[in-house]
Design a binder for this molecule. Structure first.
Ligand code: BES
Ligand code: MN
Ligand code: ZN
Length: 512
């Protein structure tokens, strides 16, 4: 989809030649003396249209207005959240029309957050999944909005947020596309190919490890999950080099279970198809790299994706099996359905080699997180307060919110094992927290945060499909980190609480 931003007044919008025009009208609208202003004033006066968010009016063939289709959409106080609601509703009307191009115009001066919300909502509403649908031979493809002109009276000041939003939109689209593809069209090898494609973009590099290399690294937990599948595992390493090599990177780790049957601890049949979305964390990492290539922030980022299937099989892991993780901890696998933490723990250990400034893992990790927070906020767990605050703030800004959850030591009790250093499950209580506590055991050497996106990565029911979350949150966080000095690393930070951040020990000696 092509986006363009132009300074546009209502008089210009009324004479422009877009096949469809959406006008966003906030409270306190003062009409000018153009035809569009007159239409809005009349509709407000008659009570057929209101400026409250969600109210809208579709007009076809209005006199003296060039675009044949006009949607008036109320945005209330003009906040980003209201704009999102209004644009989503308006796009419903536009999508049903044959229009392939659209002008979306703010009637009054607006701000960066509202503009970003408008762009992202248009992009969201115009995404169509096609990868595994046959092309209709006789019928023409249904029309789809491909060009969008955003008009705002104060466009000059909005160039940067516009670029940012377009970058995020491209990332979100890629994440949705890969998460939506069924497991037989998104195998670990195919995900690796998608990552290699990204490496054609500027500043991005990609390495893919297969079963042999992963075995040599000693990733026993990751291998254990993969051993029940005919699909070979892949360990995908992406790099975005936006800053000098000496600068410690942020590492993103995405859970890449391309299908989660539960393994021998098999899941019930209803809705099991949705476990194709169990690589949404991985898809969000791909999406973030797509956005980075576009936005080019001055920052180094590494993406790690352990990708495999979790299948029941003669070779599969069994409840009670004990495996050895890459950092030497032994794990008793009491439930083969708690596989996400097994693939992630080895990826977290792998992340140590970058001496990262922060490591954030993104995972559809627990059903318990869906129960706790539903589809509104992702679960956020963090060992470092500053990192937690930065991620929370980024989530609010991006309208992709998360909520911090606890990591008290007492929650670790549940993971005690009589036969290994740790068990891979606690009981049902606080399931999202005990999963995070398991991961935390592998994060002692860096600042770490974990996003449990089990509730937010996709929607079920008739709207079934991936959301592309939390690409928006992550990109906002990363843009905020660009050009910032690296914070003190875990351990140093806590021991030297109150002291000024010192330069990172070992800076410049990092392996690439
Ligand atoms: N991928 C699932 C988590 C999940 C379940 C996400 C439902 C979204 C919807 C994960 O691998 C899993 O199966 N977790 C188990 C953990 C349990 C065995 C401790 C769960 O949540 O039931
Ligand atoms: Mn599982
Ligand atoms: Zn899973």
């Amino acid at each position: 989809m092509d986006f363009e931003l132009q300074p546009l007044r209502l008089a210009d919008a009324a004479t422009g030649k877009a096949p469809a025009l959406v006008v966003l009208v906030a409270d306190g609208f003062v009409p000018g003396d153009d035809a569009l202003s007159a239409l809005i004033a009349r509709a407000l006066g008659s009570g057929d249209f209101k400026t409250e968010a969600g109210a809208q009016l579709f007009v076809y063939g209005a006199a003296d207005i060039a675009p044949p289709r006009v949607v008036l959409a109320g945005i209330g106080d003009g906040s980003a959240a209201r704009v999102r609601k209004a644009v989503a509703a308006a796009m419903g009307a536009v999508r049903g029309s044959p229009a392939k191009a659209l002008t979306l115009c703010f009637a009054q001066p607006t701000d960066a957050a509202a503009l970003r919300a408008a762009v992202l909502t248009v992009a969201d509403a115009s995404y169509v999944y096609r990868a595994t649908k046959s092309k209709p031979k006789d019928k023409k493809e249904p029309p789809r909005v491909a060009r969008v002109l955003i008009g705002a009276p104060d466009a000059g000041a909005l160039r940067e947020p516009m670029q940012q939003a377009v970058g995020v939109a491209r990332g979100v689209e890629l994440a949705r596309e890969w998460a939506n593809r069924p497991a037989n069209h998104a195998t670990p090898a195919m995900l690796a190919d998608a990552a290699r494609q990204l490496a054609k973009l500027p500043r991005i590099a990609c390495d893919v490890l297969g079963p042999k290399e992963v075995g040599r690294l000693g990733m026993g937990a990751f291998q254990a999950v993969a051993q029940g599948s005919r699909q070979e595992l892949r360990f995908i390493v992406l790099r975005y080099d936006g800053a000098p090599k000496s600068e410690a990177p942020v590492v993103l780790v995405g859970k890449g279970i391309t299908f989660d049957t539960g393994g021998i601890s098999i899941k019930p049949a209803p809705e099991m198809d949705e476990m194709k979305f169990d690589m949404s964390g991985a898809a969000s990492v791909l999406g973030v790299f797509r956005a980075l290539a576009e936005l080019k922030p001055a920052l180094n980022v590494v993406g790690l994706i352990p990708a495999c299937e979790n299948m029941p099989d003669g070779a599969a892991i069994k409840p009670g099996d004990v495996v050895t993780s890459m950092n030497g901890q032994t794990i008793e696998i009491l439930n083969t359905d708690a596989e996400g933490r097994l693939v992630l723990c080895d990826a977290l250990t792998y992340a140590e080699r970058y001496q990262p400034r922060a490591v954030i893992d993104i995972a559809t990790l627990t059903g318990a997180c869906v129960i706790a927070l539903g589809g509104v906020r992702s679960g956020l767990f963090a060992s470092d307060d500053a990192l937690a605050q930065a991620l929370q703030a980024a989530g609010e800004q991006a309208l992709d919110p998360c909520w911090r959850m606890p990591l008290d030591e007492e929650y670790s009790e549940a993971l005690k094992s009589n036969f290994a250093d740790v068990a891979n499950v606690g009981g049902r209580p606080a399931g999202a927290v005990t999963a995070a506590k398991f991961l935390q055991r592998f994060t002692e050497k860096f600042n770490w945060a974990h996003l449990d996106i089990a509730g937010t990565a996709w929607k079920g029911g008739t709207a079934k499909g991936a959301t592309g979350r939390p690409v928006g949150l992550l990109v906002h966080y990363l843009l905020g980190q660009a050009g910032q000095p690296a914070p003190a690393r875990a351990g140093t930070a806590r021991r030297a609480a109150g002291a000024a951040a010192k330069p990172r020990a070992g800076a410049g000696r990092r392996q690439g």
